[in-house]
Design a binder for this molecule. Sequence first.
Ligand code: BES
Ligand code: MG
Ligand code: ZN
Length: 503
Amino acid sequence: MDIKVVKGDIKDVEGDVAIVGHLEDSGEYGGALKTLNVAMNGEIGELLEEDRDRAKLNMVTEQKTRGMVASSRAIVVGLGLQKDLTVDGVRQAMASAILVAEQKKAKTVNVVLMGAGRGGLNSKLVATAITEAVYLGLYKFDSWKSKDEEDNVVEIELVQIVEKDARKISSAKQGVEIGEIGARGTNHARDLVNEPAGTMKPRDLKNDALRIAESSPMISVEIFGRAELQRMNMDAFLAVAAGSDEEPYFIHLKYEPKVKAKKSIALVGKGVTFDSGGLSLKPAASMETMKIDMGGAATVLGVFESIVALDPAVEVHGIIPATENMPGGKAYRPGDVIRAKNGVTMEILNTDAEGRVILADALAYACELKPNAVIDLATLTGAVVVAIGEEMTGLMTDDDKLSEQLLASAAETGEPTWRLPLFAPYNKLIESKIADVKNIGGRWGGALTAGLFLKKFVDPEIPWVHLDIAGPAFAERPYLTYVPYGGTGVMVRTLLNWLKKQK
Ligand code: BES
Ligand code: MG
Ligand code: ZN
């Protein structure tokens, strides 16, 4: 599929479908909707007037145009009230509309920069939102569906963003480019998360990192196996890996910009390709979706998939401890004490709290690179889902500035994120009688005690943010029109957005 920006009038550009937006409080129709309605002798307006709800966000009205305009069908999508309209509203509305266009077996789809006229939104941001909506909304994970079913699917081949005003064309083109970069990384992360654990093993994450590094001279990769990890004192990571027959890999990707970078950022992603719980075995139902436990790693790989096109000015490290958590004969045990790379010792009381154990070594490794910031992403705790639900990322940090920046970036990309406290008094909940720390807290505040545990492996001189994506990494049911069932690739777009702003 291709997305283009073309100069013209929506009624005159040929295609299978023409998509325009409809503000609830527009009174008389304005802009592109008026153009279409006039060309259609008021037919679409009549349909809209039958039911005012057709202007509510995401409501789709569709009609054949019978030669009155150059596209065979008109799709009018509700944008809601003007005062409530956001760029994310456009992203949602466009995904609603394109899904209907797909059902109608359209090949060429025309759309206006809806929301950028009367809606008052910035045309570049609208172009980005439209582009993301198309790629993210139409995403499918169907590689395991037998061929027969795919055969009768007609795919959308071309989306044309049609704009009359010559002055908006170049900003729209820039917006499309940004949308493509974000969607590509996100959909790559989705693919990695959706792939079952039997075919997405630590070596598959390693091979993906190798492929990404191969694709550009600006990206390099180092991979460490068991023997090297022993020499590097990564006993915590190795303890989790011990229960699996699959070889673990510690992956270190590095992106260097063309001009010498002033700053470097380390992104650390939890890469547990399957979390059985280990000897503290999960109940069967809780294991069903545990292929998603490499969601943090998928986000890091998604960022790297798009990073060369993004062209940020900073050096970026992508660090992934990749392993299974299995209860094999060599598995680590409840009661074991392990010394992490930075010398801190931990008492293991539950082998299912393995994410923080592998991240202990990964964070210590990341800090040794002396980056200007470390951001980790992990499907770390069920507790964060209890606290803030399935759709929100939990952000923990002591650095107010980084927190504000990331929350602002997340608000722009439409990825709900909420700051949770690293409440120091709760350190008492993870005190161990025999080691420096234990790997589980009590019954309450589990997302926070996990964050406090991680903090013990971070160099206090280095700004650090922990993102617990246990909820939003996987959509058990669609969250939004552009986030279908399955892996979501959450935080790829937010991190890309943030990285681009770093100088
Ligand atoms: N992978 C899980 C966390 C998780 C739960 C992710 C649900 C996505 C959805 C993690 O490794 C885990 O098992 N955490 C335990 C920690 C507990 C033993 C302290 C949990 O949250 O139950
Ligand atoms: Mg390379
Ligand atoms: Zn676990």
